[in-house]
Design a protein around this ligand. Structure first.
Ligand code: ZN
Length: 150
């Protein structure tokens, strides 16, 4: 069952079942079966424990990483949600402000148009007056020249 090794030269031992002993084919050393089995078993156990511990540590590490990943994903989702909510508020606020600005703009345009109309009316009125004066003056001047030339 176990790959028992020679204590002296580390060569692979061969079990002699009838003598309950291990024999080293290289240095011919003999070891009681129990002693070697115990030693090998301890080593085997130790190795198994090391492997188990490594696996466990690996699993713990993986578990922690998974947990961290999930937490980061949850945080990201929450941030996105908050961002969307904030943005929604921003958007709504922007829309409101935009609408108010539009209303203000329309009012201003109406006012400008009103004043333009008023100014136009005034200018027309003034023009009419001047034309009236000019024509009156013209008649008089032409009349006077006509009179002086005569
Ligand atoms: Zn040996």
């Amino acid at each position: 069952m176990l790959m028992a090794r020679c204590i002296k030269c580390n060569y692979l031992l061969v079990l002699l079942p009838k003598r309950n002993k291990y024999k080293c084919p290289r240095c011919s050393s003999l070891f009681p079966e129990k002693e070697i089995d115990n030693k090998e078993f301890r080593i085997y156990n130790q190795r198994q424990r090391d492997i188990d511990r490594e696996e466990l540590e690996f699993e713990i590490k993986q578990y922690k990483e998974e947990k961290l990943k999930r937490r980061l994903e949850r945080q990201k989702k929450l941030q996105k949600k908050l961002w969307r909510q904030n943005n929604n508020e921003h958007y709504r606020e922007w829309k409101k402000q935009h609408r108010l600005k539009q209303i203000e703009k329309i009012r201003q345009q109406d006012r400008i148009q009103f004043w333009r109309k008023q100014q136009k009316a005034l200018v027309l009125q003034r023009l009419e007056n001047e034309q009236y004066k000019a024509s009156k003056h013209g008649i008089r001047s032409s009349g006077s020249t006509y009179l002086t030339n005569d």
